[in-house]
Design a protein around this ligand. Structure first.
Ligand SMILES: C[S@@+](CC[C@H](N)C(=O)[O-])C[C@H]1O[C@@H](n2cnc3c(N)ncnc32)[C@H](O)[C@@H]1O
Length: 233
C-alpha cells in the first residue's frame, strides 16, 4: 500500500483537449455520483459496490476511452466494475458510454490506481484488466511501467483465489518484463496451453482503442491470462 503522504509520481497525461460542453457537464455532474473516493484520514475505504448487491467485483486499470469497461459492464450486469483512469478526457468518454447504455454497475476512480489498491478490501476482486498499459519502451523509463512486483503484490492481496488478471500489450519487451515479474512472484502463474492463448483476444473482450491502433500499424498484440494462485494451496 502506498503510505500516507508519499504520493507516487504519475508520468502520464491527466488532461487533453478541452472537453466538449456535453462531456464537461457529464464530468461535473455525473462523475460525483459514481466516483470512488478515498475518505480523508486514511479510514477504511467504503463503497456501495461491496454491500453485497453484486456477484463479483471486477477492476480495470488504465481504461483509456473506456470502450472495454463499458462493453464488459454491459455484458455482465450482475458484476460491479471499478475503473481507474487519471486522464479526464478518458473518464469523460467512459461517462458518455455509461450514460448512453444506462449502465448502473460502474464506479470510477479518476486518479492513479496505485492510490486506491491498498484501500480495497482483501480478497474482494475477481478479475483485473490491465490492457495496453503504457509500455515506457526506453530502458531508462522501464521502471515507470505499471506492471511491477510492487503493484502485483498489491493486486495479489485484493484478488480472490483463482482470480484472473488479464494483461495485453503490443510491446514485446513489456510482455517479457511482465512474464518475468510473474515468474518471480509466488502468488501468480501464467495460464497457457498453447499459442492461441496469447495470440487471440479473449472471446468475451472487445477491441480497445490502443489495440486497434497497434493492429493498424501491423503490430501483433499479446494477451496474457495470469492466475492468482489459491491461498494456502
Ligand atoms: C496506452 S493507454 C491504453 C488505454 C486502454 N486500456 C486501451 O487499450 O485503449 C494506457 C492508459 O493507462 C492509464 N494509466 C497509466 N498509469 C496508470 C495508473 N497508475 N493508474 C491508472 N491508469 C493509468 C493512462 O492514463 C492511459 O490512459
Amino acid at each position: 500500500m502506498i503510505s500516507e503522504g508519499k504520493k507516487p509520481h504519475f508520468y502520464g497525461r491527466r488532461k487533453g483537449r478541452k472537453l466538449r460542453l456535453g462531456r464537461r457537464v457529464l464530468f461535473d455532474q455525473r462523475l460525483p455520483e459514481i466516483a470512488v473516493t478515498i475518505p480523508a484520514g486514511g479510514s477504511k475505504f467504503f463503497c456501495d459496490l461491496f454491500s453485497g448487491s453484486y456477484k463479483e467485483i471486477w477492476l480495470e486499470i488504465g481504461f483509456g476511452g473506456g470502450e472495454h469497461l463499458a462493453h464488459q459492464a454491459n455484458s455482465h450486469p450482475e458484476i460491479g466494475f471499478i475503473g481507474c483512469e487519471p486522464y479526464i478526457n478518458g473518464v469523460a468518454a467512459l461517462l458518455s458510454l455509461v450514460e448512453e447504455a444506462g449502465l448502473t454497475n460502474v464506479r470510477l476512480f479518476n486518479d492513479d490506481a496505485r492510490l486506491l489498491l491498498g484501500h480495497l478490501p482483501e480478497n474482494s476482486i475477481s478479475r483485473v484488466f490491465v490492457l495496453f498499459s503504457d509500455p515506457w519502451p526506453k530502458k531508462r523509463h522501464n521502471r515507470r511501467r505499471f506492471f511491477n512486483s510492487e503493484n502485483l503484490g498489491a493486486l495479489s492481496r485484493l484478488m480472490t483465489d483463482s482470480a484472473h488478471l488479464r494483461f495485453a500489450s503490443d510491446d514485446m519487451s513489456y510482455i517479457r518484463w511482465t512474464l518475468d515479474t510473474v515468474y518471480r512472484h509466488d502468488d501468480f502463474t501464467w495460464q497457457v496451453t498453447g499459442p492461441e492463448d496469447w495470440r487471440r483476444r479473449p472471446y468475451d473482450a472487445c477491441e480497445t482503442r490502443y489495440e486497434a491502433k497497434a493492429i493498424s500499424q501491423g503490430k501483433k498484440p499479446v494477451y496474457l491470462t495470469l492466475l492468482r494462485r489459491p491461498r494456502g494451496g
